[in-house]
Design a protein around this ligand. Structure first.
Ligand SMILES: [Zn+2]
Ligand SMILES: [Zn+2]
Ligand SMILES: [Zn+2]
Length: 580
């Protein structure tokens, strides 16, 4: 699905015990209609090569085999009732096919119950059996969960006395188990193309919506189409549908629904040339590695967006992954300022609609400047204007320059705009310059050139525990593959990437010489209370370097120094509060 469309596959449409129900001989349980065979409730959402699963039911293995699931970008859990989570262990074969752990999103309550129910998965002790590799992420309902450029917005629902979540994504929403929808959630469900909702049966139930109740919801929200799910053996497929309005149907296992306008935000990332749809252009395009997406990159991207809006084109960027230097001369390749996912996010923020991340293969490296422009830029992307920086190079051995681009523009009929260098306090802004600044700890000047603080992201990993016992509580950042600031102590800000919490902080980059450490560690000490569970994933923004890392005579001396660091950090943060 490279056309920006989104599809929803119903993996299960049945209630908690499934239909047929064990030991039951009613007409529906005995029915030959395949649509009366209902596994436990779950859907698979797919778009642009991405896949998100909602709930891992006890039938997950069978559902994954039927739907041909080979990899998942994430799992969203509506709530921790057994019929929605018990298949979690069966994600193990997906782990073998994926590089990192599988992300599982849920509310704090849901994740808490999952961690209890599947304690063996999260035990850190040694084990001889294979357990799923899972990273749990808590959402707070304030911010959407962004996966593959698509936002999933949690929608709070009442399920008896409990609170559970449905999800809205693009113009679709999936609301399984619920008995009521609070008014603020109703507001999140306007203008839907497709609405899936719980309709257990006709008779009232304390924790589930009924056919009649869900028909009321449909009347109020007026989605273009509605599908009932979480159905028990009271409802025969054919007979029930016959009595429903034409735009309301019963879901059935295997049903695939294509959704209109999957992305109201209008941002898309394409990962291969083949994914580029034939009607991609016309576009205004910028080309580059864009490491850091710094002030000069952003000024080009804003100009691309302006031209595109004026002429009714798409605003697009073509970038490369891995960084060409890693392919051409890996031993000389720099450590990067931003990973590819963060780069795409920042390009979106800079106003672009489309990013093509071209895998930088030896084949791509061999394209001549003329071939690259003809085959990729004009034929595939339909560029009508190409905007690049003054030092732009392209094609085999970087043999094409801006003069060559001008010539090719005349030949293939696109405008060329060479954007002037951007200066910051007398220095030309560039990725190499920013890497140098960060490499010597000058994160404040890097911040100016980036137009935002330099940041590291990653999972929170258990520290050696020395910090929490001997000095102050800290969050340890997982190992980094990109650029890390010069060792030392920094004023930072820390963000929970999953629920929007943020804290002023002080971060130590270094080897913890006082405790005889040898591995590089990045430890962040929060200056305000955690106020909730320990975050799973954080971003640490580096604002100012306080001092170098030093070895202290005793833990007590270190503690005193940290106390002084904190005072200075608080002064710095007060002074710069407005800038932030
Ligand atoms: Zn259920
Ligand atoms: Zn039955
Ligand atoms: Zn439930």
């Amino acid at each position: 699905m490279a056309d920006g469309r989104l599809s929803i596959t119903v993996l299960g449409s049945g209630t908690s015990v499934g239909v047929p129900t064990i030991g039951c001989h009613c007409a529906v349980c005995a029915s030959d209609d395949p649509r009366d065979k209902r596994l436990r409730p779950s859907v698979l959402v797919r778009w642009d090569g991405h896949a998100v699963l909602i709930d891992t039911t006890p039938d997950f293995r069978q559902q994954a085999l039927t739907a041909g699931i080979e990899r998942l970008d994430a799992v969203l859990i509506t709530h921790a009732h057994a019929d929605h989570i018990m298949g979690l262990d069966d994600v193990r074969p997906l782990n073998f096919r994926m590089s990192g752990p599988l992300r599982v999103y849920g509310s704090a309550e849901t994740i808490g119950t999952i961690r209890q129910t599947f304690r063996y998965i999260f035990d850190t002790g040694p084990t001889e059996s294979s357990v799923p590799k899972i990273e749990t992420c808590i959402f707070d309902g304030q911010r959407p969960i962004r996966v593959g450029g698509l936002d999933f917005e949690p929608v709070r629902l009442a399920h008896g006395h409990g609170t559970v979540h449905g999800f809205r994504f693009g113009s679709a929403a999936y609301l399984t188990d619920h008995s009521g929808i609070p008014p603020e959630s109703m507001e999140k469900l306007r203008n839907l193309d497709v609405l899936f909702l719980d309709a257990l049966r006709h008779r009232p139930h304390p924790t589930h919506s009924t056919v009649e109740h869900s028909l009321h919801t449909v009347e109020e929200l007026k989605p273009r189409r509605a599908f009932f799910t979480h159905i028990c053996h009271d409802l025969a497929h054919q007979a029930t549908e016959a009595a429903l309005p034409a735009n309301v149907r019963l879901a059935w296992d295997g049903l695939v629904i294509d959704v209109d306008s999957p992305r109201p935000a209008g941002f898309r990332v394409l990962r291969t040339l083949e994914e580029v749809p034939s009607d991609f252009g016309p576009c205004a395009l910028t080309i580059g590695n864009f490491d850091g997406v710094h002030a000069a990159h952003r000024s080009i991207m804003r100009r691309v967006a302006t031209i595109a809006r004026e002429r009714g084109w798409r605003a697009a960027a073509l970038t490369f992954d891995p960084h060409p230097a890693l392919v051409v001369a890996p031993e000389k390749a720099p450590r990067l300022l931003t990973g590819i996912e963060r780069r795409c996010e920042l390009m979106h923020e800079a106003g672009l609609d489309e990013v093509l991340v071209l895998p930088f293969t030896p084949e791509v490296a061999r394209l001549s400047p003329e071939q690259f422009i003809r085959e990729v830029v004009t034929e595939r992307l339909g560029a009508r204007a190409v905007l690049v920086g003054h030092n732009f190079r392209f094609g085999r051995g970087a043999s094409g320059d801006t003069a060559a681009l001008h010539e090719l523009g005349q030949c293939y009929g696109f405008e060329v705009e060479i954007c002037p260098a951007v200066r910051c306090r007398g220095h030309v802004v560039g990725s190499t310059q920013i890497r140098k600044l960060i490499g010597r700890g000058d994160v404040t000047n890097a911040w100016r050139m980036l137009e935002r603080p330099f940041a590291l992201e990653g999972m929170v990993v258990p520290g050696e525990g020395v910090g929490s016992r001997q000095t102050v509580p800290t969050l340890n950042l997982s190992e980094q593959t990109g650029l890390v600031p010069l060792g030392g102590v920094y004023v930072t800000r820390t963000f929970d990437l999953d629920d929007g919490r943020r804290w002023p902080s002080v971060t130590n980059v270094g080897f913890r010489p006082t405790f005889g450490g040898e591995r590089l560690t990045i430890e962040t000490f929060l200056l305000s209370p955690l106020d909730g569970p320990t975050p799973a994933r954080i971003r640490v923004e580096f604002l100012y370097r306080l001092r170098e890392e030093r070895k202290f005579e005793s833990a007590e001396a270190l503690k005193m120094q940290i106390f002084r660091d904190v005072k200075r950090a608080e002064r710095f943060l007060r002074r710069t509060a407005e800038m932030l």
